[in-house]
Ligand binder design. Structure first.
Ligand code: NOJ
Length: 505
């Protein structure tokens, strides 16, 4: 792969706890992931991004990190993580890990020290009384009181105390953590809640000083070969968003504007154009993301009347046409893979898994659910352990009972069942990623005017991608059909379908 492998990479997101369980305790782990590496190689991805794998009390699925330099025992050991990195590299797969700098855990050594010694509280935000009326992003107050009467700030769960980035020790710590993992061969980091680090008395989102942090981190990354920084930056203002991607800051950031789009030609075209116009002048490659561990699975989302995504779970349980959602999710996958830049695939997306909306409250683990008083279902429904094989739960996930229950109906969605079915979602992703590797990725696009209901463009290689979002079939332009997300008959592209064409006839 080239010096700039990340500019056009297909990156597969592994939510370790739900990927594959190697030791039978019902939770995914490194042993399970290592066993399944050939599956990922065969799928045709370039890199794996793993959600946090550090020791954690799991107040927020591992985003409450107790020790940034070790591995959660449920997932394995540091030695296993090192072997995993080597094995992935042997298969030509890069490894990206999650770094969580906005907050740590109440179980971290720093927080324990702060609790024991009020003089050691400056690494966090402690005060004699709440300094403002901020609400936690998961619901409830963002301030929690400790036994001696002081309060600490947590933008998320009380188990995730916010770090104080005015303290130079915090800067030093994270620069060391980056080096710790880069020294172990990690190829990049995904930066959690990247825009929230710096706080003023009245605000915490996207304050200018946060860019100084990433300029420093970029210097650290540049001490190594080809290591990248990826930002989780949820900002509605795309000009502000693009500031994180200036040449001396982050390499890329997730495109949440695209992820949140309705299945609507005007909205998607607007988002794609906006993405290209904000990224091109600063030389940053766009990313294309349809889902992750925080959002409703596309098969479900695209089957609803309102196909956009917004946090808050308001659309949870609304009437859903899963067949329609599945068809659109296939079309969206080929659209996302064809756009210039890198593409993310969240585990299970390639199996066409729907959101599991009927989990009983007592099994839900996401703090969003409990802290909203049950009004927000939380994110467990997109984090169900993967179905690998067999006719009934645990569907080859492992030998134990999975930490979240899998629907019985997933027997048709196992990787094994889809492997031999040429029309399956799995084979659409495999074939699509294979063609993408040769003909797509980094570069530019040229729009083709095929009508308002159709998104059509040609890429530098000559490959043309056509997505029909209208109600009626449309004639495809000239070219040889390489791949389509649904049946193309007599040169007509049906509704909610994407086709890829090559110029040769
Ligand atoms: C974003 C992560 O993706 C999400 O899962 C987590 O709850 C918050 N950041 C807090 O770390």
């Amino acid at each position: 792969m080239s010096q700039t492998w990340w500019r056009g990479a297909a990156i597969y997101q592994v939510y370790l706890r739900s990927f594959a369980d190697g030791n039978g305790d019902g939770a995914g782990d490194l042993a399970g992931l290592r066993f399944r590496l050939p599956y990922l190689k065969d799928l045709g991805i370039d890199a794996i991004w793993l959600n946090p794998w550090y020791p954690s009390p799991m107040a927020d699925g591992g985003y409450d990190v107790a020790d940034y330099r070790d591995i959660e025992p449920v997932f394995g050991t540091l030695g296993e993580a090192e072997r995993f990195i080597e094995e992935a590299h042997e298969l030509g797969i890069k490894v990206i890990i999650d770094v969580v700098p906005n907050h740590s855990s109440t179980e971290s050594a720093w927080f324990k020290e702060a609790l024991a010694n009020p003089a050691a509280r400056d690494r966090f935000w402690f005060a004699d009384e709440p300094l403002n009326d901020w609400q936690s992003i998961f619901g409830g107050s963002a301030w929690t009181q400790v036994p001696d009467g002081q309060w600490y700030l947590h933008l998320f769960d009380p188990g995730q105390p916010d770090l104080n980035w005015n303290n130079p020790e915090v800067h030093q710590e994270f620069e060391d953590v980056l080096r710790f993992w880069f020294d172990r061969g990690v190829d990049g980091v995904r930066i959690d809640s990247a825009a929230l680090l710096i706080k003023s008395d009245t605000a915490y989102e996207d304050l200018d000083e946060v860019h100084d942090v990433y300029r420093r981190w970029r210097e650290v990354a540049d001490e190594y070969d080809e290591r990248i920084l990826i930002g989780e930056v949820w900002l509605p203002d795309q000009e502000r968003f693009a500031r994180y991607l200036r040449p001396d800051e982050l390499h890329t950031a997730f495109n949440f504007d695209f992820l949140s789009c309705a299945w609507d030609p005007a909205d998607l075209r607007r988002s794609i154009e906006l993405t290209l116009t904000t990224h091109t002048p600063i030389g940053a490659p766009p990313t294309w993301v349809l889902s992750n561990h925080d959002v409703t699975r596309p098969v479900t989302r695209y089957g609803r009347a309102d196909t956009s995504f917004a946090h808050g779970g308001a659309l949870h349980g609304s009437p859903t046409d899963l067949e329609l959602g599945y068809r659109r999710a296939r079309a969206a996958a080929l659209l996302a893979m064809a756009l210039p830049g890198s593409v993310y695939v969240y585990q299970g997306e390639e199996l066409g898994l729907p959101e599991v909306e009927d989990l009983p409250d007592e099994v839900r683990q996401d703090p969003m659910h409990a802290r909203s008083g049950g009004t927000n279902p939380g994110r467990d429904g997109c984090r169900i352990p993967l179905p690998w094989s067999g006719e009934e739960p645990p569907f080859g996930f492992g030998t134990g009972t999975p930490w979240l229950p899998q629907p019985e109906g997933w027997r048709k969605l196992t990787a094994e069942a889809q492997r031999t079915d040429l029309g399956s979602m799995l084979n659409l992703y495999r074939t699509g990623l294979g063609i993408r590797r040769e003909l797509l990725g980094d570069g530019t696009l040229t729009w083709l005017p095929l009508g308002e209901q159709v998104l059509a463009f040609t890429r530098d290689s000559g490959l043309t991608c056509v997505t029909n979002l209208g109600a009626n079939p449309v004639p495809l332009p000239a070219g040889r059909l390489l791949l389509a997300s649904g049946p193309v008959v007599d040169g007509l592209l049906p509704s909610d379908t994407t086709a890829w064409l090559s110029p040769e006839s």
